[in-house]
Structure formats: C-alpha cells, structure tokens
Design a protein around this ligand. Structure first.
Ligand SMILES: *Cc1c(COP(=O)(O)O)cnc(C)c1O
Length: 484
C-alpha cells in the first residue's frame, strides 16, 4: 500500500487555513522561523481521513478489543461524558479566567463542579478533604508524600526521612518517595500476599515518616491486616499512604479513610472511567485526613458563606502549586459526570462486578495456569506461567498469542514478586460472554503449549507489526516504518 507521503501531489489540499492576521515579523523571532515550508504530504481530505482511519484500525483500544491490562483498569469510558466535557461553557473557558478581576463570577459553574467533586471523593473515600490538582497517579503520589514531608517538617521532625514500601507496591511508589526526598526501605509480603507483620515491625523506627501501601496491591490482594498495618505505623509515629489507583475493587464497599490511612490518591483514568493510554491525560486526586489539610496545594477551591465559589491562595503552610491551573479540568469533568451518573448504589455495583469478573477468570483458568496465591482476589488475578515455561513457552509468548486472538495482552512480568507473571484485570464493564471468549483463548494457548509450543514463539502473525525486539522498539523506535 502506498504511504501518505507517496500519494501527495503539489497543490492538493484537505483544508485551507485562514490567512494569518498576526504580523509574522514581530510575533516570532527570526531565528525561530522556518526557512522553507515543512515537507508535509499534500493530499485531499479523503486521503487524509483514510490515512488516519486506517492507522486507528491497526491499533488496539478499549473501544475495539477486550483489554485486560492488569493494574491499568481499561474499563469502558461512557461517551456521554465526552459530550459533557465538550460543552462550550466548559471547553471554551480560558484557564486564567477565574483568577482575573471579575473572573470568578464568570466561572462559578466550573468552580462548583470541582468543589463538589472534591466533596464527593472525600465522602466516598472517607477523608476530610481532597485536592483535584495532581495530573496523574504518580503526580498524586508525589503530592501525597510531599504532604507527609511538610507535616513532619512543620513539627520539626526532619529526621523522619524513610518511606516504607512493601514489595507488592506499584513501581511508581518508591519513585515518588525518592523524588520527594525520602529514602525507601522495602517490607516483604507473606505467603498470602499481605504485608509481613514481623518484617514490618523490624523495619519501623524513629526515622520512618510513613508507609505507602498499594491497596488492593499489585498481586490483586486486599491486605487482610490493613488496619493492623496502619496501627503499627501510627504507633511508631508514621503516617499511612494508600495508593488507590485501582479503587474500582473497593469503592462503595470500604472507605480507606476508615481503615486508618492518612492520605490516598485515586486515578480517575482508572477508577472513574476517564479515557487513558499513551501516557495521559489523567488526574490523580489526593484525599487527606484533617491534620494534613493545611498543607494541600494552592489554590484551594472554597465555598463562601453566600454560597458562591472562589479560589483561595492564602494557605501559608501549603506545599504550593503542583500543577498548572487547577488540574486537568477536561478530565475531571468526565469523572464528575461518572460519579453523578452512578451515585452511591452504582459505585457498589462497580466494585462488586470488578471483583466478580476477576474471580471468574481466576477460577476458570486455575486448571491451566499456576497461581502463587490462591485466595479470593480483588480487581485482578495474577497467574504464573511456570507450567508453560517448562515447555519453553514464556509469559511473553502467551501475551503475543493473545494478540492473534484479538485480545490485548495482560500485563506481564509484573508484579516482580511473581515469576513469569500474567496480571489480568478484566474490569467491571465486561460481559460474561467476553470473559468466556478470553477463557477459551487462554485455554487454547495452554493446550498449544503441549502440542505446538513453537507456533507461539512466532506470535503475533496476524498483525501489521510482527514479533519485535522489545528493547530496541522502546529505545530506538522507528515510527516511520511502513506497516503492511
Ligand atoms: C497506574 C498506577 C499508578 C500510576 O498512575 P499514573 O497515572 O500512570 O501515574 C500508581 N499506582 C498504581 C497501583 C497504578 O495502578
């Protein structure tokens, strides 16, 4: 097939931009201007549309394929939320408007959606206050541990500089802690996937500022001792952080604030169904207990006694502003719509179905794939391809084999504490029929492992891009390589 560049003919146009009414000479310094026009393909609108439509069809997305990517919660993103986020009254607002003289009056609706969403999340998760500013899960973690650092600094306890990280934590947790100036100390898990309480006791001390617990953790387990873990950390003078990126397993059923956590983040682009992938955009709201409230990022959105909304910069103990403006407004509108659409009863059904779907797969696939921890899981189930490895088929081969069967691969080789891990998260929005198709594909691959393991080494064979060198593809991607 001809590439779009080969189809171009001088003078063809898909769109004509209006003449520029900005004097070019003054607007852009000479050194930054092009000396020759960009070499763009000159094609008709139809050729441009076909180019992008065909490219999009070569991709895997949650709107086209089952996407059980563990820890990523690729649930359905309701399309009605897109309409809401594009309403001119929201989409046309300039982000500075609220801070210009008289601007607050013109942005009451936008401020109210943010203010109310902060209240919804605080109530749903069991905390005193929430900030919507962080623009991703990891950005939320960074904000959360900065709050912990600010808390101890305000109390003169600057020697508490260690963050405890269980080995079943998400990889961003230690990265965020280090970024905020902490040193990490690992705590091991027990055979059931809980924090090992003996190891925790041994790792606690005067230098510990807190513990970051991924809840549910990356093995898909809810820590049975979570309240005890929080108590032990508190007794030792530390604070507890909850990584609730995948709170779809627990929302409506249990409130992390009630369990003893002091601060937590959620990912709206996982738990609250805003679109994600390709690195963003997202949002990672952070909720806190009362004693951390003074340190929250500015500006805060407040409701004045007359019922109007305003931005408050006057928070002397705040850690400052951690993202541009007030966060990812367009994304937060979608999560606000989701919260309003589902309500309290809907949230409970979300977590029930997320857990039901994951356990359905766990039990159906148990005869074919090994599991290191066999108790009930939460939003995801983790298998270990150890039985298949004995026949020369690795987790990677299984993942590639699924692509040929029209399924996005699960997360593989993570969590690190499970060898040859296959981390499968079906999400609550999939039907039983789709789950059954997936089970069939996984069983077919398990059987191929016995009869024709070689064939799995070649997978995927049905895709425009075949098996590639993953390291090279990540380090030196050839984005212009023709797709066949
Ligand atoms: C996805 C995820 C994160 C990181 O979220 P980003 O938005 O990608 O920064 C953190 N913790 C857990 C448990 C996650 O699943």
């Amino acid at each position: 097939m001809k590439l779009i560049f080969d189809k171009g003919r001088s003078g063809r146009r898909a769109y004509r931009a209006p003449a520029c009414d900005v004097p070019m000479d003054s607007a852009v310094p000479a050194a930054m201007r092009r000396s020759a026009p960009a070499r763009l393909p000159e094609v008709t609108e139809l050729d441009a549309i076909r180019h992008f439509t065909n490219l999009s069809r070569k991709n895997f997305g949650v709107d086209s394929h089952f996407y059980p990517l563990g820890s990523c919660t690729m649930k359905y993103n309701p399309k009605s939320h897109e309409i809401i986020a594009r309403m001119p009254g929201f989409a046309g607002l300039h982000p500075w408007l609220a801070q210009l003289p008289g601007g607050e009056k013109l942005t009451q609706g936008a401020l109210e959606t943010l203010y109310r969403q902060e209240r919804f999340l605080s109530e749903l998760l069991g905390f005193a206050e929430t900030t919507l500013q962080p623009m991703a899960g990891a950005n939320g973690e960074f904000t959360g541990v900065m709050l912990i650092a600010a808390y101890f600094k305000a109390r003169g306890k600057t020697t508490r500089n260690v963050m405890l990280i269980p080995d079943a934590a998400h990889g961003t947790n230690p990265a965020s802690a280090v970024q905020a100036g902490f040193t990490c100390r690992e705590v091991s898990s027990d055979a059931e996937g809980n924090v090992d309480l003996n190891d925790l006791a041994a790792k606690l001390g005067d230098d510990v500022a807190g513990l970051m617990l991924t809840c549910p953790n990356t093995v898909g387990m809810f820590d049975r001792n979570v309240e005890q873990v929080c108590k032990m950390v508190h007794d030792a003078g530390g604070l507890c952080y909850c990584d609730g990126a995948n709170a779809n397993a627990i929302i409506g059923r249990v409130r992390p604030g009630d369990l003893g956590f002091d601060v937590m983040h959620t990912n709206v682009h996982k738990t609250f169904s805003t679109p994600h992938g390709g690195g963003g955009p997202g949002a990672g709201p952070v909720s806190v207990v009362e004693k951390l409230r003074p340190f929250l990022p500015v500006p805060r959105i407040i409701c004045k006694p007359d019922g109007s909304y305003a931005l408050d910069h006057n928070q002397p103990q705040s850690i400052g502003q951690i993202s541009a403006f007030y966060g990812n407004f367009g994304v937060l509108l979608r999560s606000c719509a989701y919260l309003l659409m589902l309500g309290r009863a809907g949230m409970i059904r979300v977590s029930e179905n997320a857990v039901l779907n994951a356990n359905y797969l766990r039990v159906k696939l148990a005869p074919y794939y090994d599991q290191k921890i066999t108790r009930m899981c939460m939003h995801e189930c983790v298998f270990s391809a150890t039985r298949q490895v004995a026949k020369g088929v690795h987790a990677l081969d299984i993942a590639k084999g699924l692509i040929d069967r029209g399924i996005h691969p699960p997360t593989i080789y993570f969590p690190l504490i499970i060898p040859e891990a296959l981390m499968i998260e079906p999400t609550e929005t999939e039907s039983k029929e789709t789950l059954d198709e997936f089970v069939e594909a996984m069983i077919e691959i398990a059987k191929l492992t016995d009869t024709d393991p070689e064939s799995l080494h070649d997978a995927p064979v049905t895709m425009p891009v075949k098996r590639m060198d993953e390291t090279l593809a990540a380090r030196k991607p050839d984005l212009a390589a023709p797709l066949h």
